[in-house]
Design a protein around this ligand. Structure first.
Ligand code: ZN
Length: 175
């Protein structure tokens, strides 16, 4: 399954750090019940805006993670420990969710009520690096609606971007 016709969650030009099936962290983590194979890391500058990729409603929001609790190195255990401080927002699109991670502390003052409606390309946050992040970026994913406790990402594409999304084609470095 592939979710198509999304709009980009970032401004152009697009720079993808780690793409689909990236060997660093975009893979299966059975112990965490996370299938992160179809995630994308959009590189950016701190404070760059991020946008809803489709119309929906805000379904998850965590913005109390502190910038000082972030980890910017490549040690997997330290990274997993820091990951619980990741800030994120999720948008419910009916059949699936979109997930935007590493928002800055307090989301730079941008807050939402759960259930708040957003339109396509609505500004929902900013590029940050809370949690485990080796450089400022947006970790983005489309997630299935599951009832088994897993977070399962789904392949997806954007109508305003036709560059490569697979990590093997991007030849990425780590994020
Ligand atoms: Zn990522």
């Amino acid at each position: 399954m592939t979710i198509t016709n999304l709009v980009l969650p970032v401004n152009t030009p697009v720079r993808i750090g780690q793409g689909f099936n990236g060997s660093f962290t975009h893979k299966l983590f059975p112990d965490l019940k996370v299938d992160d194979r179809y995630s994308l890391d959009f590189m950016g500058e701190l404070g760059d805006r991020i946008y809803a990729v489709a119309p929906g409603t805000v379904s998850l929001l965590k913005i109390d993670g502190k910038d000082k609790d972030a980890y910017h190195g490549k040690d997997v255990q330290k990274g997993k420990d820091a990951a619980k401080h990741t800030n994120y927002i999720a948008i419910d699109h009916g059949d699936f969710f979109s997930l935007y991670m590493h928002l800055p502390e307090g989301n730079n003052g941008l807050n939402f009520e759960i259930g708040a409606p957003v339109t396509e390309r609505f500004p929902i946050g900013y590029i940050g690096q809370t949690g485990w992040s080796t450089a400022p970026h947006l970790h983005f994913a489309i997630c299935a609606k599951t009832d088994d406790g897993w977070r399962r990402t789904i392949s997806h594409s954007f109508r305003d971007y036709d560059g490569p999304l697979e990590d093997t084609v991007i030849n990425s470095h780590l994020y």
